[in-house]
Design a binder for this molecule. Sequence first.
Ligand SMILES: [Zn+2]
Length: 245
Amino acid sequence: MGPWCPNSISDDDSAGGIWLDNGTVYDVDSEFVSNLNTFYNDNTWLMYDDNGYIYITETEDDCINTANPNVGEEYENFCVECIPSYINDITQTWTIPITPIALTTTYSFNSAPGATSGPSTIGIALNGIEFSAPAPVSNILAAYTLAPFDDAGGYINVNQGYYYHAATQDIVDRYVITQTFGHAELIGYTMDGHGIYARFYENGNEPTDLDECRGHYDDIRGYHYHVDNAGNNNFIDCLKGAYVF
Ligand SMILES: [Zn+2]
């Protein structure tokens, strides 16, 4: 896990995580932090002091205070991070069908615009980490905070522990089951029990026949999903099968 916030604008890109904006994955490095005002076209952004040190949240209270939708002005221009030592004693249990049950309608996730039902968890990676709903990037930015993901797309809050917001290359490189005939790698299972696979086939192409949920069918895997572009802060768009309430 980590790192999330770099310490200084002279650090290289290994000192910080990533930021996802409008389809692109950005390294949170010196260049990115130094140019936030240009990037967001707003001179309120200035996330470092005269010596180049980045303002970073320091305590578990800071972590909790910056996780709500109305982040106080005192956190303006802070890089927000919650670290593993804030987490203790979290147990999470997900119930996922072993045999998926296809439905004639789809389930949205409750994080989708206008959705009032559906699960908030998208699924579980093969390493046991939750694929979570999209990060509330616009709320974070509206408070002039930046809450970088680590290079795997992971983030921590004190209620959920560590979870992923996007299927980064880091996940595809480390925690997968490779497939035959050039199909994309299995990276986990969604809440309806279907397999969720990397975005690209071995030849670098994305499937062209994905439905509205980002799923399709083949004879080896049956119905399954392929993840969205990590820069979209998203995994898939809906469930085609029943999930356990
Ligand atoms: Zn496929």
